[in-house]
Design a protein around this ligand. Sequence first.
Ligand SMILES: [Fe+2]
Length: 219
Amino acid sequence: MKIELIKKELDSNGFAVCHDFLQGQALIDLQTRCDGLLDNTLDSDYKFGKSLRIRNLEENRITNPAISAAFESEILENIKDKAFPDGCGFTEIFITHEFTDEEGLARNGYLHFDRIWTFKYFYYLTDVKNSSDGPLRVVPKSHHLGVRMRSSQVGKPYELQKNRIRIDYPEIYKSIKDEMTPIFGNAGTLIIFDTDTFHMGGIVSNNGERKICRLHMRK
Ligand SMILES: [Fe+2]
């Protein structure tokens, strides 16, 4: 997928899907390192399985170069520069393995926008081919509305900021629920999105599972 097309889709839809963006050895290296880190982690309190926060991009260049490299290709640097013309001051990497739906809903299991605006590079590490694999779901073009909903609450305490569409904005939910679009893709598929775009994900079912690795970026 060409850089210009990705940028156009981000502006227009709030997200862009780059199928099979990472392939071959680079993908194997990313999967192997993430699996190693997940295996060495005790169960967390993440309701859908395991979730790890492994610090920022810079530190991972030393501790997990296979992971940082997946986020620092020329294309991704170029897109990041466009999203952060004044520089990206904050990065954080997460790895999650979703394999259960028996613990109730985590916050990302509701359609929402993030209360703190974040730009994300989001890799599928396993094939996500069916609804049971917990695909990321997005509402195309909702970032135009999301930015206004988020901005109108700036200054309120974090926990009082309303961001769950179905619960906090039922009228809006009714009008957009049919536009919710699951994103399917092979391991190595990269989803780039702006978190003002309504999104949800990680709800696996029928023994499905999903592993992802994502980079969060903020100003
Ligand atoms: Fe989110």
